[in-house]
Design a protein. Structure first.
Length: 63
């Protein structure tokens, strides 16, 4: 959020979601993204789907 980017991590099992995240993940799945792991970046109203990278430099470099 400090960079103006929201990052959403989808979870493999809806039952594993904390209740406060249920709506966010449901919205993510509504985009047709059901695989795990998936990263959705939202910046200025634009959503970008990226494969999950556990290397922060690679993730930031891809945007």
């Amino acid at each position: 959020r400090e960079l103006g980017i929201d990052v959403v991590f989808d979870l493999p099992d809806p039952k594993a979601e904390p209740p406060e995240l249920t709506a966010e993940f449901a919205a993510t799945r509504a985009l047709g993204i059901t695989s795990y792991p998936t990263v959705i970046l939202e910046r200025s109203g634009q959503r970008i789907t990226l494969p999950t990278s556990y290397d922060p430099e690679t993730l930031v470099g891809s945007i």
